[in-house]
Design a protein around this ligand. Structure first.
Ligand code: EPU
Length: 342
């Protein structure tokens, strides 16, 4: 366990937003978490759990004790007839885990390649892409309860997964520190297909039955073409969730904007592409201060500040609010931010 004071969190969030953590503690194990809880001053202080920082917007300095999760390790824990169970420490890099599983001959996570962040953040956010969500590959996780100090194991039902949502954003927010996650990779492997961009690549390639490595390569190529690499341009992935509307609301919008991108869902509701709505309002490529809208995907807000004039969380939120207002005025839909705003 390592305790540091006055740490700038800029390198620890993918948007590159500056914010000072009064106290930052790197935790490498469950025992480290319990050491923090037993500590005479840190024990009772409010805590903030930081993973890869790929899904947070920091708008101010952090008076809480920031717990930076650095639990490592990747292993195959069980070979069941119906699935391989793989476990990874919460501090492992997500994309490296996806690449490692493929290299071990354990396919199944390839549609989720290149999503920034750490393993521990994946259930919090129920990450998803190209027709797959984390909940489709989730087995269980271990977490330390920050009040009792006990390690608990949670299964899929306990996590209450939703669209980019879980119990860790609600009842267990700030209460549970995830240390390890186990994934169930179904056997035999089958490609998860159907997402338009991916199908286009598959048909262009002429391959009838792609293998996991090919799926992985295509997912990486699609993401690289559309989404900014946070190592080069600061961002937090999709900034808003794709909104759900009723068929009546959708008909009303189609009446005015026949092109609106929409997907009917099994429960009868309709998902609209937030990127399309923002694009239709003319925001693609625009900026407010040093916060900008990515020019290849309007759903992604980016850091256009340099070292001399860094973007602030306040600027990002000013841009986000301006976008929300124009989408609301034109379509009557209030977009909900996807990252956690602190
Ligand atoms: N679109 C536009 N203009 C834009 C952006 C998008 O017209 O500027 C249209 C596209 O042409 C497409 C539709 O909107 O018809 C949807 O776009 P895309 O396929 O790029 O997916 P998305 O809905 O914008 C979601 C996830 C992404 C995930 C992709 C692929 C959310 C909020 N975002 O984006 O997840 O990678 O699908 O599955 O659900 C993330 O969560 O951070 C993230 C990047």
């Amino acid at each position: 366990m390592q305790i540091e004071s006055g740490v700038n969190l800029k390198p620890y969030n993918t948007f590159g937003l500056p914010a000072l953590a009064q106290t930052l503690v790197r935790v490498g194990s469950d025992a480290d978490v319990r050491r923090v809880l037993d500590h005479p001053t840190l024990g009772r202080a409010p805590k903030f759990i930081l993973g890869g920082g790929s899904n947070i917007i920091l708008t101010h300095d952090m008076p809480q004790v920031v717990l930076k999760v650095e639990v490592r390790g990747r292993r195959l824990v069980e070979e069941r007839p119906d699935a391989w169970i793989v476990e990874a420490g919460a501090g492992e890099n997500w994309h490296e885990l996806v690449a490692w599983t493929l290299a071990q001959g354990l396919p199944g996570l390839e549609n989720l390649a290149l999503i920034p962040g750490t393993v521990g953040a994946t259930p919090v956010q129920n990450i998803g892409a190209y027709g797959m969500e984390l909940q489709d590959r989730f087995d269980s996780l271990d977490a330390v309860d920050l009040i009792t100090g006990l390690t608990v194991t949670l299964g899929p039902d306990d996590c209450r997964f939703g669209y980019r949502d879980s119990v860790f954003k609600h009842a267990l927010s700030g209460r549970s520190l995830i240390t390890r996650v186990r994934f169930a990779l179904p056997r035999p492997w089958r490609a998860v297909r159907g997402y338009l961009d991916l199908e286009r690549r598959i048909s262009e390639s002429g391959v009838a039955s792609p293998d996991a490595q090919q799926m992985y390569d295509w997912v990486c190529a699609i993401r690289r073409a559309k989404l900014p690499d946070p190592a080069r341009i600061g961002n937090a992935g999709s900034f808003f969730k794709n909104p759900l509307v009723t068929p009546e609301q959708c008909r009303d919008i189609i009446g005015r904007d026949p092109e609106v991108v929409h997907y009917p869902l099994p429960d009868g509701s309709i998902k609209l592409a937030a990127g399309w709505l923002i694009d239709a309002c003319g925001w693609k490529g625009k900026s407010i201060g040093n916060a900008g809208v990515y020019d290849k995907q309007a759903l992604v807000l980016v850091n256009r500040g340099g070292t001399a004039n860094p973007v602030t969380g306040g600027e990002v939120m000013t841009l986000a609010k301006a976008i929300q207002t124009s989408v609301y005025e034109r379509f009557g839909i209030l977009l909900e931010p996807e990252p956690v705003v602190v």
